[in-house]
Design a protein around this ligand. Structure first.
Ligand code: NAI
Ligand code: MG
Length: 360
């Protein structure tokens, strides 16, 4: 099998954290005999500097062909005053839109060594490993009609929650597929008690579930879900929800685990001819201009994003677990990049030292 990967390091700390992912890729090739066809290209401000656009058409075309795209981060103060149409984040938005990445995966994983970083009690979060799947391309952020209209002698602001059966079906399938690669437990969250789109959501998810008899499916109202996520998050494995609820619930879940420098993400689209879904993997954090170029960035979010690619694009779950295990071991040993400092008397390691430790 071939495994093709397009790497887009981007701006700021993007190239710094991506260099550490390169070490993991090289290690897999050398020690595990797993070869990746890697190509690298520009996105964001650096692409604008060279081509006058944050994403060149050739790069877009390449992204459509590879098994997975891995992106660092885009943006920076140098580009803040650019016209909206060529801003660095437009490069990222174009990728998401043209690849039609409708399922946004946000894991909340809490390594024991960092449990004290959580806003919750240690035993509630230690060892937590859940995944929120948020529908990303439809729902109330996109539904028509929308706008601010005159109505009588005042104005009215209108947004429309709208989901078709096929939109629900495809994100549900993505979530069930993930559940099959994880703990085979899926909880769907909506508000079927007060929203028609929620009634349809529940019905379609239940119907799709018939194709996945091994997965234990449950349903929860999204407000109760928020409560349960903070009360006892370990009761969940995979959660699937719509765009609006997913926006809130995934940010909430992120804070269960602590630092921005630790959070990976993925966005998946429809299966390609080879059965693999279109996929873009990226850390949740941005280009961190305040620490860029200083060797201070935490590469773990980007390394864990690549681990997600191993599991969800390349069916290399065991290798993904090996990478995650290495991260866990390094943290347990007490290695900390500057963003993870808390304990007295610990001096931070550099980006490269953290990457080297993960490899070791
Ligand atoms: P940011 O995520 O870049 O930084 C927020 C804070 O977290 C900063 O203090 C930063 O030093 C720290 N931080 C972030 N990642 C870190 C890491 N890996 N290791 C250690 N510390 C880390 O968000 P901010 O400052 O709001 O945005 C900076 C630039 O990044 C802007 O141009 C923004 O548009 C862009 N951005 C890009 C994103 C992307 O490429 N997906 C996402 C968010 C912001
Ligand atoms: Mg948000």
């Amino acid at each position: 099998t071939t495994r093709s990967l397009l790497i887009l390091p981007g701006d700021g700390i993007g190239p710094e954290v991506m260099a550490e992912v390169r070490k993991v890729i090289d290690w897999l090739g050398a020690k595990r005999d797993l070869a990746f066809e890697v190509s690298e290209d520009l996105v964001g401000g650096c692409a604008y500097d060279k081509h006058g656009t944050p994403l060149h058409d050739d790069t877009m075309a390449k992204a459509q062909e590879v098994d997975a795209v891995l992106l660092g981060a885009v943006g920076g103060p140098k580009y803040d005053d650019l016209d909206f149409s060529v801003k660095p984040e437009r490069g990222l938005l174009r990728l998401r839109k043209e690849m039609d990445l409708f399922a946004n995966l946000r894991p909340a994983q809490c390594f024991d060594a960092l449990a004290d970083f959580s806003s919750l009690k240690r035993d509630v979060v230690s060892g937590l490993d859940i995944m929120i799947v948020r529908e990303l391309t439809s729902g109330v952020y996109f539904g028509e009609p929308r706008g601010i209209f005159e109505e009588g002698n005042e104005r009215v602001g209108i947004n429309t929650q709208r989901y078709t059966e096929s939109e629900i079906d495809r994100v549900a399938r993505a979530a069930f597929d993930l559940a099959m690669k994880r703990g085979k437990k899926l909880c769907s969250m909506e508000k079927a008690n007060v929203m028609e789109s929620g009634i349809l959501w529940r019905e379609v998810v239940t119907r799709v579930g018939a194709d996945y008899p091994e997965v234990e499916l449950s349903h929860m109202y999204a407000d109760a879900g928020a409560m349960q996520l903070t009360r006892w998050p370990k009761q969940f494995d995979v959660i699937v929800t719509d765009n609006l609820f997913g926006d809130l619930l995934s940010d909430l879940a992120a804070m269960l685990t602590g630092s921005l420098g630790m959070l990976p993400s993925a966005s998946l689209g429809a299966p390609m001819e080879n059965g693999r879904p279109k996929a873009l993997y990226e850390p949740v954090h941005g280009s961190a201009p305040d620490i860029a170029g200083q060797g201070k960035a935490n590469p773990i979010a980007c390394i864990l994003s690549f681990a997600m690619a191993l599991r969800y694009s390349f069916d290399l779950g065991e290798e993904a677990a090996r990478v995650e295990g290495a991260v866990e071991a390094v943290l347990a040993k007490g290695l900390r990049t500057a963003d993870l400092l808390g304990e007295e008397g610990v001096s931070p390691v550099s980006t490269a030292e953290m990457g080297d430790a993960v490899i070791a």
